[in-house]
Ligand binder design. Structure first.
Ligand code: CU
Length: 181
């Protein structure tokens, strides 16, 4: 749990009269209140994102997933060119599957060229940060459909790759490039 999350929970503990509605508005509260049914609310986003903002849309389309079939997955960044410094990525899942957003330096051979391991995932060791929780900041177990996650990073000029590392999503094209000038 982040320090901010711990603070929020501490505040919630002290103010027992808060309603669930106001807890959700706080934006980062999960855990004891997470019923598995994730609410889709406009407040599911950072209140005051720091630095430049890159909106990232994570989506999918397709039929039978398990045991074959096809999958169309996509990540789109807007804008895809930003100036150096503090950047907040706000990732919204508009698809039907769980997704996540990882930010890595682009591979030498370009985006989409990473090795996909037998478990369908890439090597995440060079990841600079990720937004992968539902209605919250930073690392988690995935962004549920209809929810938003975010992460703030300091980026120097260069080429970066934004990707989803849910098994087989990268292999199916769930990556895009970001240029920092
Ligand atoms: Cu994905």
């Amino acid at each position: 749990m982040t320090r901010r999350g711990a603070t929020i929970l501490a505040v919630i503990g002290a103010v027992g009269a808060l309603t669930l509605g106001s807890l959700v508005v706080a934006g980062t509260v999960r855990g004891p209140f997470d019923t598995g049914q994730h609410l889709t609310l406009a407040s599911c986003a950072p209140q005051q994102p720091r630095g430049k903002v890159v909106h990232v849309n994570l989506t999918d389309r397709g039929g039978a997933m398990m045991g074959g079939g096809f999958m169309m997955v996509q990540v789109v960044a807007s804008p895809d060119v930003v100036s150096r410094g503090t950047v907040t990525f706000i990732a919204t899942n508009t698809g039907a599957l769980d997704h996540e957003l990882l930010v890595l330096p682009a591979p030498t051979d370009g985006v989409g060229t990473r090795t996909v391991n037998s478990n369908g995932k890439i090597n995440e060791s060079s990841s600079l940060g990720e937004a992968s929780t539902s209605c919250g900041k930073g690392v988690g177990s995935g962004i549920s459909p209809g929810t938003t996650s975010w992460v703030t990073l300091r980026l120097s000029p260069g080429r970066y790759e934004l990707l989803c590392d849910v098994p087989w999503h990268y292999a199916n094209g769930m990556f895009t490039s970001l240029t920092v000038r």
